[in-house]
Design a binder for this molecule. Structure first.
Ligand code: HEC
Length: 394
């Protein structure tokens, strides 16, 4: 019953997280797009009243006319919409989900004897430290003298982000490491909105309402943080969805692939931003495609040699190491149904799931936290047995 309740918290937390995250990223992509598609106002009267650019659009059965003022509008409107709750709710629901998925099951999700020797509480402390530390270091750098040089700052951030990928993959099991990489970037992005971008907008509104010039530092800082957020977006999203792909988060040297795919994500964003401005160079896209191709090649399955393992022996290993959880009625305490619907108690079921079983074994994603002490020899034996059976399963 408790497991069932946790499943509901998981579903609700994830639902809110995905939807608010989509709304946040959608709004931010939309405004970048809008800014880059504004045209000079058609009506000279608009231009006189301070409109710098406008855009006509049709969407969902209506015509929309957005206008951007060069400075403040002549009179502050009674209702001014702020885009901030999308970002805040994404962070709050993300932290909730981190608690439900990783902290509540720290022994299996954050600890793996092959990677770290944490106690569950130690692993949770490490997780909090990484996420907060990421933001503290980032904020410190942006506010330091380095923060005045956009290019140098970007370079240092790129190197540190790569370093974080390396560090996380050496502290947490692959799935948690990738997720923490995304959580670290995501937290930085939301706190950028909360601590810099929104306060800057408040100063902008206050100055415009008072008819005074705005201190340019607000615009400059806000712009710098928005640019960082833009390039963090795709790497963060990749890290968030990576838990579906054990063959990447569980690969040997997984940190390299985390860095390479993140770099591809940032390059794809570079291309989109250039495209919005109307003059995209194909090179960022070519670079991203090359990085993804290198990843695909680097992670190709390595088929093992001949196998002397019999089907009965394979089934015996699985019965001992997997079936506690992967059965119609799991014996593992707290489980009420086979995880992900994967049942392995008969040769037919094992054969039906063989491809996925191989991925989970090769990536070391299963057994979680190696709770059932699958030995490396048994792991290799099972993989070789699956490979030797061939694609038709015989
Ligand atoms: C302690 C319980 C437990 C044990 C033991 C265990 N698993 Fe799992 N398995 C899980 C859980 C929990 C999930 C769901 C993970 C998730 O939410 O992504 C899972 C998921 C899977 C999946 C589906 C993965 C996917 O994303 O499609 C496969 C395949 C799998 N396990 C195979 C195995 C094999 C093979 C073994 C034995 C070597 C094993 N498991 C041992 C708990 C267990």
């Amino acid at each position: 019953m408790t497991t069932y309740l946790w499943e509901w918290l998981n579903l609700l937390g994830r639902g809110v997280h995905v939807i608010t995250g989509t709304a946040w990223i959608g709004a931010s992509f939309y405004f970048i797009w809008l800014d880059n598609h504004l045209q000079a106002p058609a009506d000279p009267k608009d231009s006189e009243s301070g409109v710098g650019g406008e855009l006509w659009a049709v969407h969902g059965g209506g015509f929309y006319h957005a206008q951007k003022y060069r400075a403040g509008p002549p009179a502050m409107p009674a209702h001014l919409h702020w885009f901030k709750w999308e970002a805040y709710t994404t962070l709050l629901s993300g932290l909730f989900l981190l608690g439900v998925v990783y902290y509540a099951q720290a022994a299996t999700m954050l600890v793996d004897p092959a990677v770290n020797a944490f106690s569950p509480a130690g692993a949770i402390a490490a997780s909090v430290a990484w996420i907060m530390g990421g933001f503290v270091v980032y904020e410190g750098l942006c506010r330091s003298p380095l923060g005045r040089n956009d290019r140098a700052l970007a370079l240092v951030l790129a190197v540190l982000t790569a370093g974080a990928a390396y560090g996380l993959c050496h502290v947490f099991p692959g799935r948690a490491a990738f997720l923490h990489f995304g959580a670290m970037l995501g937290t930085i992005m939301v706190l950028n909105v909360f601590a810099v971008i929104i306060p800057g907008q408040k100063a902008l509104v206050a100055a415009a309402a008072a008819g005074q010039p705005v201190d340019p530092k607000y615009g400059k800082n806000g712009k710098q943080r928005s640019v960082h957020n833009t390039y963090f977006t795709l790497p963060a999203v990749f890290a968030m969805i990576s838990n579906h792909y054990a063959w990447i988060f569980g690969a040997p040297n997984n940190w390299i692939w985390l860095i390479v795919v993140s770099a591809a994500g940032a390059l794809i964003r570079v291309w989109f931003v250039q495209r919005h401005r109307g003059k995209p160079s194909p090179w960022p896209l070519v670079g991203a495609a090359l990085l993804l191709a290198v990843t695909a090649w680097g992670l190709r399955p390595q088929v093992s040699g001949a196998s002397t393992t019999s089907a009965a022996r394979a089934q015996a290993i699985v019965a001992e190491r997997c079936v506690t959880c992967h059965a119609t009625t799991p014996r593992f305490e707290g489980l009420t149904a086979a995880p992900k619907g994967v049942m392995l108690e008969t040769p037919g079921l094992l054969a039906a799931n063989a491809a996925n079983v191989r991925i989970q074994l090769a990536s070391r994603a299963m057994p979680p936290g190696n709770l059932t002490n699958l030995t490396d020899a048994e792991r290799a034996e099972l993989i070789a047995w699956i490979d030797a059976r061939g694609p038709d399963g015989r």
